[in-house]
Design a protein around this ligand. Structure first.
Ligand SMILES: *Cc1c(COP(=O)(O)O)cnc(C)c1O
Length: 455
């Protein structure tokens, strides 16, 4: 099981230990009340497990509203938000342009189950700035996009096996809720109850950055591997930036074996640019999946490929995939408004330079005090790791270091900074974070690091 998943599944609510923090803990009276109520309705009181705060101190904050880079919880605490709904909110909360477009489109009804011009509009906007794919299909989540991409790869190649990497998360697709067993190349073992062993048997799991394991898998399962799937930049279990040489090797070995290469760009798509990690590596995958940013905060995912490969999808081809709310007009409107802003010249340059400056000055602070702390970063994504190693694979993350993250998370909340509630999760800088906000956040981060590392 991914350590991050294990934490979420098996973690328990923990008493807040006494701290020598100079700040009192934030008041959570209303959030606690809402959480107690929610526990009557939802397993663990939440509709997605990481929200339950099982990997950090305290109970989840119930959010009342967001605006720009700020969040307010039910108790009126205000935070600078670096979770940004786990990535979608690259323009920040409650962006006026998105709100306006959504409000306008909503006046005409919420869903028709029939095509609308809005789907064309969002597709045109995407394809105009993307040379990786010729056709796409809209779905309603990242999970759905990945699940469909896997089926497409299997249908197109007429093969069953999928190769994935330990530490990459691809949503809660059965075939991908699989972890490595022991040994170089292993059939996966399920990382969730309820996934049949026979499904996991179709998934091969190897370590990131491990050529020998991938080569051995292709030898052992000759002509059986439909696709290799990798997160564009693995960013769900730390930020595990891969070398271009390794990704190029995946491109070559899949092409040589008539397997497909799938980039899961649910985080990196539209985050690093319209062409995501593929552009960063300058490597063209066969199928790409998108989610998160693509919907401007509404539930949208997509998968795309060449016209030839997409020709396998029903009703053109034999691979069935459908959705009652796919291409939902209100969701399309949010995506159109968001991607229109992102397509403006200089958008990514400005965002990335702001984020890089932020990450670099935190690293400089930690280095100047000899703290065993590293900021991994690319574009506007960052990950705080309590290590001095250059980590490239999930197995190299020290689970014990997460204790330090817990302390940091609490200190940051007490100073008005909201990070995702797990040390395995990355943070995001949005266009709505001003230099002043980032300065304020940096001061809070410095103080928190001093507390984490105090003797
Ligand atoms: C978030 C994520 C998913 C799953 O998307 P959902 O919308 O949560 O279903 C899949 N792949 C990657 C890389 C992700 O980050």
């Amino acid at each position: 099981m991914l350590d991050s998943l294990k934490k979420i599944f098996s973690g328990s609510e923990e008493e807040m230990p006494l701290t020598t923090s100079s700040k009192p803990d934030i008041s959570r009276e209303k959030s606690v009340e809402l959480y107690e109520k929610a526990k009557n309705y939802f397993p663990g009181g939440v509709n997605s497990p990481v929200r339950a705060f099982r990997s950090v101190y305290g109970t989840p904050l119930f959010i009342e509203k967001g605006d720009g880079c700020h969040l307010w919880d039910a108790d009126g605490n205000q935070f600078i938000d670096f979770c940004c709904s786990w990535g979608p909110l690259i323009l920040g909360h409650n962006n006026p342009k998105i709100k306006e477009k959504v409000t306008e489109v909503m006046q005409n009804g919420m869903s028709f189950g029939a095509p609308t011009a809005l789907e064309n509009e969002l597709a045109e906007l995407i394809l105009k700035h993307n040379s990786l794919i010729e056709k796409l299909r809209f779905v309603s989540s990242g999970t759905e996009a990945v699940m469909s991409a896997i089926r497409l790869a299997r249908g197109y190649t007429k093969r069953d096996k999928i190769l994935k990497f330990e530490g990459c998360y691809h949503g809660h697709v059965d075939a991908l809720l699989v972890k490595a067993g022991s040994g170089l190349v292993t059939f996966g073992e399920t990382s969730s109850a309820g996934v049949p062993k026979s499904f996991a048997d179709e998934t091969i799991v190897v370590s990131l950055n491990d050529r020998a394991a991938v080569e051995q898998a292709f030898d052992q399962f000759k002509d059986q591997i439909a696709a290799v799937i990798i997160e564009g930049i693995p960013a769900n279990n730390g930020l595990l930036i891969q070398d271009k040489e390794f990704v190029q090797f995946l491109r070559d070995i899949t092409a040589n074996n008539k397997s497909l290469l799938i980039f899961d760009e649910v985080i990196t798509g539209f985050r690093l640019g319209f062409e995501g990690a593929a552009k960063y590596y300058d490597i063209k995958p066969d199928i790409v999946t998108y989610g998160k940013i693509i919907g401007g905060g509404m539930p949208v995912g997509a998968y795309g490929a060449s016209a030839e490969i997409m020709g396998s999808i029903s009703p053109e081809g034999p691979v069935y995939q459908a959705g009652t709310l796919s291409g939902n007009p209100v969701a399309m409107a949010a995506g159109i408004a968001q991607l229109t802003e992102l397509s403006r010249s200089g958008f990514y340059k400005d965002l990335n330079s702001k984020a890089q400056e932020f990450a670099e000055s935190i690293q400089r602070f930690a280095t100047s005090r000899s703290y065993k702390f590293k900021v991994f970063t690319i574009g506007s994504i960052f990950w705080f790791a309590f290590t001095d190693q250059n980590i490239k694979k999930a197995e190299d993350i020290d689970a014990a270091s997460m204790e330090k993250f817990k302390i940091m998370h609490r200190e940051l909340l007490n100073r008005g900074i909201y990070l995702g509630p797990s040390g395995y999760e990355v943070g995001f800088v949005s266009a709505a974070h001003s230099k002043t906000d980032l300065e304020k956040a940096k001061r809070a981060i410095f103080e928190s690091l001093d507390i984490v590392f105090k003797k």
